[in-house]
Design a protein around this ligand. Structure first.
Ligand code: AMP
Length: 215
């Protein structure tokens, strides 16, 4: 059973790698950020609660996130394993996840994407995203079509509000404070695999594949 967590600051490439590797291994990519953005777009109760927090780069409460995850893990496609992208983000979330998986062989491994902070700011502020299918572009390395229509689905390519510089800086403060401690948590459980996320995408991908194939 492959149950993986892709851990790292925003902009380290975990979402990009998760979407390709989820296809390769036929696993669901479970991104709490994507679930929340969908709820915001649909204007659900959850979306209303999450909207402002997300716009400022804060974290949505552990209780909300954990109830989302608990439901998601009950769906049929999650029975064969998963790749978590952007979850867990706090020690509490990690502990509760361990509790949810008790009675199974638990998390297979945690891939930690290490990238320095200046590089992250550069990447995130140049990121653009399809508002419909979520595909990421980068105005420097992978620009969207000039008409700003997604090359896959035709949706409008935009800059996420939370990719604007002030919010990016705040997301990094929140990451260092709340999420970075998970590195030690998973190191302690002997689950951590660190990858240098500053390397080219294909090289990072191959390293992760070599690691995931061990499970
Ligand atoms: P992401 O796309 O993973 O960067 O998530 C976008 C935003 O959604 C974050 O900045 C948080 O406000 C919120 N969010 C996503 N995942 C979580 C989580 N596991 N815990 C708390 N907030 C989250």
């Amino acid at each position: 059973m492959k149950r993986f967590i892709f851990l790292g600051a925003p902009g380290t490439g975990k979402g990009t790698q998760a979407s390709v590797l989820a296809l390769k291994y036929d696993l669901p990519q479970i991104s709490t950020g994507d679930i929340l953005r969908k709820a915001v777009a649909e204007g659900t109760d959850l979306g209303k609660k999450a909207k402002q927090i997300m716009e400022t780069g804060g974290l949505v409460s552990d209780d909300i996130i954990l109830s989302l995850i608990e439901k998601r893990l009950q769906e049929a496609d999650a029975q064969k394993g998963f790749i978590f992208d952007g979850f867990p983000r706090t020690i509490k979330q990690a502990q509760e996840l361990d509790a949810l998986l008790s009675g199974t062989d638990g998390i297979s491994g945690v891939i930690y994407f290490q990238v320095d902070e200046d590089e992250i700011v550069k990447r995130l502020t140049s990121r653009r995203t399809c508002s419909q299918c979520g595909l990421n572009y980068n105005i420097i390395t992978d620009p969207p079509p000039t008409d700003l229509k997604c090359r896959v689905c035709g949706g409008a390519v935009i800059q996420r509000d939370d990719d604007k510089e002030a919010t990016v800086r705040n997301r990094l403060v929140v990451y260092n404070d709340k999420t970075a401690p998970l590195v030690k948590y998973y190191q302690g459980n002997d689950k951590l695999y660190t990858v240098d996320g500053a390397q080219p995408v294909q090289i990072v991908r191959q390293k992760i594949i070599d690691y995931m194939n061990r499970f």
